[in-house]
Design a protein around this ligand. Structure first.
Ligand code: ADP
Ligand code: MG
Length: 216
């Protein structure tokens, strides 16, 4: 498996298409997770949003990774209700701003874009690590990406490191009480349940790594 896929617009589009596919495949699972500690709509919300992203990608041809991220941001913000739409929309919008009109992302730019996305979610949702939200996925992913990039890893390896840390981050929400979002109304009854947004975020970050060909 090649480790050298350039993070160009083709990668960004493939990432978004793979995100749509993994969300569609896991629509029921994501809504079941949300039914346990929320209102049961997370899978439907994201599936609707990413399906619309794919339709937009079919109609428009973004020419840079940043343009693809911006398309995703605008579409997710307008199509996904609830907490997750604005949060994911902000993540993609901040990533788009971070990469500007670069045709190809190097490891440092990629790590900076992931950090900007996380910072956008944190600014919008005011959640910190340990609050049982998607931040528990994004922050370890951003840290792993920064470390990998600083060690000189190729972009695909940076994404693979981020995805693995993201998956561990999602699992780390299991024992937590929620301090943000609907799950915070449950108090200790949220303990033992995995946060749906943390899970969808890990799926989306894994999709980024798969699009880069760093992992099968
Ligand atoms: P809603 O809660 O409005 O029904 P979703 O079900 O689509 O929206 O998304 C719920 C997810 O959103 C949660 O699992 C959590 O990861 C994330 N979330 C909710 N509130 C926040 C917040 N303030 N900061 C970060 N993430 C949040
Ligand atoms: Mg919900």
């Amino acid at each position: 498996m090649s480790n050298t896929t350039a993070l160009d617009v083709a990668w960004a589009i493939d990432w978004l298409r793979r995100s749509a596919a993994v969300v569609a495949e896991n629509r029921v699972l994501l809504s079941e997770l949300d039914r346990a500690i929320g209102d049961g709509d997370h899978g439907e919300n994201l599936d609707r949003g990413f399906s619309a992203v794919v339709e937009k990608l079919d109609a428009e041809l973004p020419t840079t990774p940043g343009a693809a991220f911006k398309l995703a941001a605008m579409t997710l913000m307008s199509k996904v209700g609830g907490a997750a739409g604005p949060l994911y929309g902000t993540a993609y919008l901040r990533a788009a701003t971070a990469v500007g009109d670069a045709p190809v992302l190097d490891s440092a730019t990629l790590a900076a874009a992931l950090a900007a996305a996380r910072d956008g979610v944190a600014a919008r949702g005011k959640a910190e690590v340990g609050d049982k939200t998607m931040i528990d996925t994004w922050t370890p992913a951003v840290d792993a990406a920064a470390n990998a990039a600083a060690d000189g890893a190729e972009p695909a390896a940076v994404l693979a490191a981020a995805a693995s840390a993201a998956e561990a981050g999602a699992v780390s929400t299991d024992p937590l009480v929620a301090h943000k979002g609907r799950a915070s109304y449950l108090g200790e009854r949220a303990i033992g349940h995995r946060d749906p947004g943390a899970v969808s975020s890990a799926m989306i970050l894994r999709a980024a790594a798969l699009a880069a060909g760093g992992e099968s």
